[in-house]
Design a protein around this ligand. Structure first.
Ligand code: CO
Ligand code: CO
Ligand code: CO
Length: 315
């Protein structure tokens, strides 16, 4: 393990991005994320992959500055126009985020993959880690859950065009505005919801912060179609892995439906922020986030001191 006093956030706390101090006023925020396509349209996939990678910088309270494309492409079997469309989608998201593309790297691979390596900046005293949630805090979730289940339905050709456009809107939305608002008002802790699912990332937050969490399932936003598809068994394998991995730490109200439980563990792509904010700021921050177009943002629960290391999901 590298012992460097300038490494402010490293691998140990399973946070969203690494943070490295350059001076008393400036630190770098660095992260990389890339994956295989989850939607058919290459331009849309490029947008989603870029928004997803950017999210880890926003979750730390950082400002992304530069990006590098990471590309794995099957040149033998796929038309290069597909790649061009993916890169165009990525670039459009970078423009929206005011991030400059500085380079990248591509390799030949049997399976297409795309994403970004990102560098941002942050004030070393203003880092929002996943390790500082405090008892009494309220928890805001900024985007609805269920994208993994809906993407599974898309792959199974079950999803309607209307649902596809709805889930695309959720996944291409930047977490930038919510991040800026939480920085301005001052919050204790944040992480973004991605592959380990809502409860998986919530578990990381309580473990890193040394606290417990109580959630009210009826206030947790999700895409209604996800419930329908989960009932049909269109649930990604990752949902079951996430559930198995965290089940001992989570106490679920016995009245919760199996579909809702699937949604709570569903791996998300470019999911929302989970923000732990002092109670007195929570309603104002929620209102500000909703006014920026994240209309389904909601207060989903609170941080408690006991039971430590556990999440209680109430009805
Ligand atoms: Co993250
Ligand atoms: Co990530
Ligand atoms: Co290279």
């Amino acid at each position: 393990m590298i012992d460097d006093p300038n490494l402010l956030v490293g691998l140990k706390s399973f946070d969203d991005a690494g943070v490295y101090k350059l001076s008393d006023e400036l630190a770098l925020v660095q992260t990389i994320d890339f994956f295989t396509p989850i939607v058919d349209d290459p331009y849309t996939f490029g947008q989603i992959a870029a928004a997803n990678a950017l999210s880890d910088v926003y979750a730390m309270g950082g400002t992304p500055l530069t990006a590098m494309n990471v590309v794995c492409f099957p040149t033998q079997t796929m038309d290069v126009t597909v790649l061009r469309e993916i890169l165009r989608g990525g670039l459009d998201k970078m423009r929206e985020a005011k991030v400059t593309l500085v380079g990248g790297h591509s390799v030949e691979d049997s399976e297409l993959k795309y994403g970004l390596s990102l560098t941002g900046v942050i004030h070393p005293k203003k880092i929002i880690t996943n390790a500082a949630a405090k008892p009494g805090d309220r928890l805001i979730l900024t985007k609805p859950l269920g994208t993994g289940i809906i993407n599974t339905a898309i792959k199974a050709k079950t999803a309607s065009l209307e649902v596809i456009s709805k889930v695309t809107k959720v996944m291409t939305a930047l977490n930038r505005d919510a991040s800026k608002l939480m920085q301005a008002i001052g919050v204790n802790s944040c992480t973004d919801i991605t592959g380990f699912g809502f409860l998986g990332h919530a578990c990381e937050m309580i473990e890193a912060s040394g606290v417990g969490m109580i959630l009210t399932s009826s206030s947790i936003p999700f895409l209604s179609e996800a419930e329908e598809y989960a009932k049909m068994g269109l649930v990604p394998g990752g949902t079951h892995r996430n559930k198995k991995f965290r089940t001992k730490q989570i106490e679920l109200d016995p009245s919760l439906s199996p579909e809702l439980i699937d949604i709570l563990f569903d791996p998300q792509t470019s999911g929302g922020l989970l923000i732990s904010t002092p109670q007195e700021k929570s309603l104002m921050l929620l209102d500000q986030i909703r006014k920026k177009g994240m209309e389904e943002a909601s207060i989903v629960g609170e941080i408690v001191s006991e039971p430590k290391g556990k999440i209680v999901v109430k009805k």
